[in-house]
Design a protein around this ligand. Structure first.
Ligand SMILES: *Cc1c(COP(=O)(O)O)cnc(C)c1O
Length: 229
């Protein structure tokens, strides 16, 4: 199957999930996760109308970005190292993995210096896993309270990767729901808008949409299995 055919299939399944949940299709964006993917396949996705791409390594992305047409939206979905923030901000407009206040403050300072205002998803470590980054749900109150002092960041909302094996969509459902409920309660308590929920990947994006996702991050279902790196 071609990238264009796979993309069409995913958009169809996204529409089905929206219909089941009584949501408008326009509420959910598709981020094509192109980490490790060669530019030829990314250009096929581009030709099929895809404009938002997610990458997890700054150097790899910088090399590929120059080969893509202008006008795409580049999302950084990997772990953000503080010494790479400037380079990341040069190439990416949306950051999904912001997982500490120190990092948020560094991005805020550098973005203001560069005259930029990146969009940011705050990563939540729902299952308190050591192997994953993210704020603990308990610390989110304190985090939200600090956001008004970070004017260089456009806070879009919350992001999470559920603590279940990849592809076990129903096992992921309660975790997606948890992220939405956390978002709802933080919004209500602090009056700070958190419109976005970045959740759902190749194996579980339909369930994520049913539970309120506004952006699904889909890689292998579009581009095929990745070679381990
Ligand atoms: C790799 C990755 C994805 C995409 O995973 P697939 O299972 O290939 O869809 C989504 N989100 C993050 C944070 C990733 O690192």
């Amino acid at each position: 199957m071609s990238v264009a055919e796979r993309l069409a299939g995913i958009r169809e399944r996204m529409a089905e999930a929206c219909a089941r949940a009584g949501r408008a299709e326009s509420e959910v964006a598709l981020l094509a996760v192109s980490k490790t993917v060669v530019p030829e396949l990314m250009l096929e996705a581009w030709a099929a109308g895809q404009r938002e791409f997610g990458e997890s390594r700054q150097q790899e992305a910088a090399a590929k970005l120059g080969l893509m047409p202008a006008g795409g939206v580049w999302h950084f979905i990997g772990r953000i190292q503080r010494n790479k923030v400037r380079k990341i901000l040069e190439n990416f407009t949306v950051l999904h993995g912001v997982d500490s206040l120190k990092l948020a403050a560094a991005i805020d300072r550098i973005a203001i210096e560069m005259g930029l205002r990146p969009e940011v998803f705050l990563e939540v470590n729902l299952g308190s896993e050591d192997s994953k980054g993210g704020f603990s749900p308990q610390e989110m109150d304190e985090v939200i309270a600090c956001l008004p002092s970070l004017p260089g960041l456009e806070i879009r909302g919350l992001m999470a990767i559920p603590p279940v094996p990849d592809g076990e969509a129903e096992a992921a459902r309660p975790w997606f729901r948890k992220l939405r409920e956390l978002r709802d309660s933080l919004q209500e308590k602090h009056g700070f808008p958190l419109p976005g929920l970045s959740m759902g990947m190749s194996g579980d994006f339909q369930v994520a949409i049913e539970e309120g996702s506004t952006m699904v991050r889909v890689g292998s279902a579009i581009f095929g299995e990745r070679n381990p790196i």
